[in-house]
Design a protein. Structure first.
Length: 95
């Protein structure tokens, strides 16, 4: 099963010399085999910490914002990695 970033869990973007750059990354649930694919301009370990922090807030009821990565984080048995370094333009896309 493939779980993708569908905009429910938005990343922050910032311009760097008029262009965006970042990473396409995946989080793999070692228990179920589910994969979350995301994109970020932040280092991957920072982005994973953001996912964990937002999941903790959601789980405690402090946030109503849901992200499909939570289905993987809840098992606490996952690995993550960058799939590719991405470049982009100033239109808000990294690819």
């Amino acid at each position: 099963m493939l779980i993708t970033n569908n905009g429910i869990c938005p990343d922050g973007y910032k311009l760097h010399y008029g262009h965006l750059s970042g990473y396409i990354y995946q989080i793999l649930d070692k228990t179920t085999g589910n994969i979350y694919i995301g994109k970020t301009i932040y280092p991957i370990d920072i982005r994973i910490k953001q996912h964990k922090s937002k999941y903790k807030a959601y789980k405690s009821g402090k946030s109503k914002q849901y992200c499909s990565s939570y289905e993987i984080l809840k098992n606490n048995d996952f690995i993550y990695e960058a799939i590719e370094k991405a470049g982009g333009s100033n239109n808000g896309d990294i690819y």
